[in-house]
Design a protein around this ligand. Sequence first.
Ligand SMILES: [Zn+2]
Length: 126
Amino acid sequence: MVLAVCKFCGQTIAEEYETQEQAIEEGTMACSCAQARAYQQLKERAEVAKVELRDMLLKDDEIHNVKAVDQAVFDFLINAVDLIAEDKIYKITIGLSSGGTVDIKAGAGGKISLKRSVALTNKREV
Ligand SMILES: [Zn+2]
């Protein structure tokens, strides 16, 4: 068992976890130092972004005739949201084989922006 510890200031809290990784994560999430608070805010924003991403990608959009993406694609992008929240990458763009792209990027003020683009062409010749 490992005692929970903040990864920024090193403060410990009286909780024990199975793994070092869990102990650091939980310790940081419970700490109130400025860096830990900023980290907690980013993590919360990432959770909100995941809910939005699920809504955007895993539902068929019948109005625009855009199908939901494969679950594996969604899972892949969920990891990208975490990497953006942890400031390891600042943007990712993927091209879907079914058509269109998905962009996720870090915006101003720590915001996370999500965009799905599908080219719509409706041409008629009479
Ligand atoms: Zn701390």
